[in-house]
Design a protein around this ligand. Structure first.
Ligand code: ADP
Ligand code: MG
Length: 339
């Protein structure tokens, strides 16, 4: 007799969840990215105890249709792509259809959603990947998801979770990046009742920079813009005298996605060259737009790493544009502020 059998869906989802849901911040990331994909202009994130007790994300986006409410929690269920061709021109943050089934497999999750302004919607309750209820309820347009008792059924994973402060650090770091990526969206982040971030959602990136790094940093920023056939660049880089001891204040946003990339980091450091003291790093928020076919985002489940098809060209472009902006600043110092 053969020994192989296909795993039950619930166990399969728990295994898959290990890849997507590493820690509380992964849940926050996936939920907020869904809110962004849903066209929301306002996203509120409320965290209790570093996300271990509860994570709540409320948006005013498109909402989920009644017919899709159950489907959305099944693996590989997505409204964002449909053919393999789509995989090479992704415009949304999500596309794998893995987040909701993965999160619900390792938590107690409730989702209230409505696609209309009628005041009515649906509530879907999931526990450990098992659908508990779908019922009609009062709801405003958008989606309101609460995730409680994360990893309650995966004790091994729970052991890897660090202190509340560390987990909160990961959460706020990612929300800051998303806020920098979407200055048009009003974000609030609250932890244990304390507001950690509030952006205006008026499209002003410098306002978001001020909200995250403070007004002194915002005042020391140089605006950059530039474009060529393939890329268009916009954002802010700090004057060389405003530095940090590590690279964590460098944010790249490529086609609306916050990414990490050592080559782009290198291009920035090359542009500053000798302007930076040794072992000091700048504060930069750079938005890069390119044709989605020049970019492979399907490299890693968290999609923080991407592959550029013309990496070298992108590096050269970035370095040149930043150097131009820095040179202008150094040659023509800003007028002194009146006393
Ligand atoms: P993906 O984002 O890769 O499509 P998810 O598991 O994260 O997969 O979500 C499944 C589907 O549920 C999405 O494709 C979308 O249609 C729907 N959905 C999830 N969150 C929201 C939300 N906040 N607003 C509207 N629709 C949502
Ligand atoms: Mg998603």
């Amino acid at each position: 007799m053969g020994k192989i059998h296909i795993l039950e869906e619930q166990i399969a989802n728990q295994i898959a969840a290990g890849e997507v849901v590493e820690r509380p911040s992964s849940v926050v990331k996936e939920l907020v990215e869904n809110s962004i994909d849903a066209g929301s202009t306002k996203i509120d994130i409320v965290i209790e105890e570093g996300g271990l007790q509860s994570i709540r994300v409320t948006d005013n986006g498109s909402g989920i249709e009644k017919e899709d409410c159950e489907l959305a929690f099944l693996p590989h269920a997505t409204s964002k792509i449909s053919s393999s061709k789509d995989l090479f021109q992704i415009r949304s943050l999500g596309f794998r259809g893995e987040a909701l089934p993965s999160i619900s497999a390792v938590s107690k999750m409730s989702c209230i959603t409505s696609t209309e302004n009628t005041g009515l919607g649906y509530k879907v309750v999931n526990e450990g990947g098992v659908l508990k209820a779908v019922e009609e309820t009062r709801a405003s347009k958008g989606t309101d998801i609460t995730v409680k008792e994360l990893f309650y059924n995966t004790p091994a994973r729970l052991k890897y979770v660090k202190t509340i402060q560390t987990e909160l650090g990961h959460i706020s770091d990612y929300i800051y990046r998303l806020a920098l990526a979407y200055p048009d969206i009003r974000f609030t982040l609250t932890h244990n009742g304390k507001t950690l971030l509030q952006t205006l959602g008026n499209g002003d990136l410098l306002q978001v920079i001020a909200a995250i790094y403070g007004r002194t940093v915002a005042k020391a920023m140089i605006q950059v813009t530039g474009s060529n056939m393939d890329y268009s660049l916009s954002g802010y880089i700090a004057k060389p005298e405003m530095t940090r001891s590590n690279r964590s204040s460098i944010s790249f946003i490529v086609n609306g996605r916050y990414i990490r990339n050592p080559f782009l980091n290198k291009a920035i450091l090359n542009a500053y060259h000798t302007l930076l003291p040794i072992h000091r790093y700048p504060i930069c928020v750079l938005h890069i737009q390119m044709d989605p076919t020049l970019l492979d985002v399907n490299v890693h489940p968290a999609k923080l790493e991407v592959r550029f098809s013309k990496e070298k060209e992108l590096m050269v472009f970035l370095e040149q544009e930043l150097r131009k902006s820095l040179q202008k600043q150094v040659l023509i110092p800003a007028a002194k502020e009146p006393k």
